[in-house]
Design a protein around this ligand. Structure first.
Ligand SMILES: NC(=O)c1ccc[n+]([C@@H]2O[C@H](COP(=O)([O-])OP(=O)(O)OC[C@H]3O[C@@H](n4cnc5c(N)ncnc54)[C@H](O)[C@@H]3O)[C@@H](O)[C@H]2O)c1
Length: 251
């Protein structure tokens, strides 16, 4: 299948987990992919996998916390490949904190990486996406609608991603630009494997985090991202699509 032949995509968070899986998937379907991550070694490894499979990509050292880096990423993609068709915002962090230990610095870090970078990259990409009638796929979370104890910063940042996505979908609908959000439940990635809980938490309050049966895979989410980014989803915009094995409907 070559749904992305002739298309150019930016994928953030491409060094690991769902960003990596999405980058590999888009490249395997013909997209030229700009890989953007703060983890340069991981990003080079993703690039090497795409190269080995005969795909086209370039790796960009990117820090989602810096506005200039977001601007440079979009400019680099357009300079390198001449256009931009798809922006997939995957880079993000997660973590659990007692509210009393959630300092403003930590809170701002969540907002900066998970929310502000998404806003900035969308704003920078829009003029180029208007030219190609392209689209945006933003990674939110099950926790953008289902709020959880000890995740005030994470949930706030991900709820904001939905708001940003839906506002953009409305504002640029007439220009033929779509924007959608993916809301994963528990997906088996390095992020989830690295989660540490603070001491003395009330585990009963985390009951809604239990996945149904199993965790999802990064490839299952990448398949959804590729569908939403493709012309097959041409009448889908402003949506939040949950991919959580049924967890949300059980809450
Ligand atoms: N894994 C899950 O269960 C789950 C569930 C819901 C939502 N999500 C969201 O999906 C996205 C991907 O998660 P994942 O599980 O694949 O995580 P992951 O940790 O495997 O990958 C995240 C990537 O983001 C990059 N990143 C972090 N901070 C960055 C920064 N400042 N600048 C540039 N890159 C940065 C990391 O280097 C990493 O490669 C995240 O936004 C996460 O919040 C994950």
């Amino acid at each position: 299948m070559s749904r992305f032949e002739g298309k150019v995509a930016i994928v953030t968070g491409s060094a690991s987990g769902m960003g990596k899986a999405t980058a590999l998937r888009l490249a395997s379907e013909g997209a030229k992919v700009v890989l953007a991550d703060i983890n340069e070694e991981g990003n080079q490894a993703t690039a090497a996998e795409i190269d080995a499979a005969g795909g086209v990509c370039s790796a960009f050292a990117f820090n989602a916390m810096e506005e200039e880096s977001c601007k440079a990423l979009v400019a680099n993609a357009v300079e390198t490949y001449g256009q931009l068709d798809v922006l997939v915002n995957v880079a993000g962090i997660a973590g659990f904190y007692h509210l009393e230990e959630l300092t403003n610095d930590i809170f701002q870090r969540f907002m900066s990486i998970n929310m502000t970078s998404v806003f900035t990259l969308c704003r920078e990409a829009i003029p180029h996406l208007k030219k190609t009638k392209g689209n945006i796929v933003n990674f939110a979370s099950l926790n953008s609608k289902t709020m959880t104890a000890y995740q005030t910063a994470y949930c706030a940042s991900k709820a904001a991603v939905l708001a940003i996505t839906k506002c953009i979908a409305q504002e640029f609908e007439a220009d033929g630009v779509r924007a959608n959000a993916i809301c994963p439940g528990g997906i088996e990635t390095p992020l989830v494997q690295g989660i540490r809980f603070p001491e003395e938490i009330n585990r009963r309050l985390l009951a809604n985090l239990q996945p149904l049966g199993r965790r999802g895979t990064a490839d299952e989410v990448a398949a959804l991202a590729a569908f939403l980014a493709s012309d097959e989803a041409s009448y889908i915009s402003g949506e939040d699509i949950f991919i959580d094995g049924g967890a949300r409907s059980a809450i």
